[in-house]
Design a protein around this ligand. Structure first.
Ligand code: HEM
Length: 138
């Protein structure tokens, strides 16, 4: 059953999605002035990427509630990102860009919601990085 924190972030995500450019705002922020990050998306179909990341945010919320399907998906994502040479050094900027996009798109955004967003997303980031590291160890 979702706990109050994941329910709060779920509602926040739904408000963000009422803003049609939510994920595009996130990518504008993430790629802005960062050639090393832009290089990773050199061959990416950004329309498809936006859809996939939009969906994956729901999966991150479910993973924070230990839903097994979601945890498996996030670990798979971690292995995939690790395989693309995306290590821990990229994730702070990713999370800051996401928070900047939520701040612009959720009219109820406040410090409490920011802290919940960061906690929930850090859980998924930790799962992704651990899955990538485990791949090296095996
Ligand atoms: C919690 C953090 C993240 C989540 C939830 C996430 C989510 C996703 C998803 C759902 C995909 C598509 C997977 C597929 O095609 O099967 C993807 C692809 C990708 N992500 Fe992430 N991502 C995260 C962090 C990052 C970071 C930090 C970077 C750093 C540059 C990054 C760069 C990429 C790239 C380059 C692709 C492949 C694009 C392509 O197919 O050309 N991601 N990500």
């Amino acid at each position: 059953m979702p706990n109050p924190e994941t329910e709060a972030i779920h509602q926040s995500l739904k408000r963000c999605h009422q803003h049609s450019d939510f994920i595009r705002i996130f990518y504008d922020e993430f790629l802005d002035d960062a050639p090393h990050i832009q290089a990773k998306f050199a061959d990416t179909d950004m329309n498809r990427q936006i859809m996939m990341v939009e969906a994956s945010l729901y999966t991150c919320i479910l993973a924070a509630d230990d839903v097994p399907y979601a945890v498996r998906s996030i670990r798979d994502l971690g292995r995939m990102h690790h395989g693309m040479g995306i290590g821990s050094e990229y994730y702070d900027a990713w999370l800051d860009s996401l928070i900047a996009a939520v701040r612009r798109c959720d009219e109820q955004f406040d410090e409490r919601l920011e802290s919940i967003w960061r906690d929930v997303m850090r859980e998924s980031i930790a799962m992704m990085l651990a899955a990538g590291d485990a791949q090296d160890a095996s």
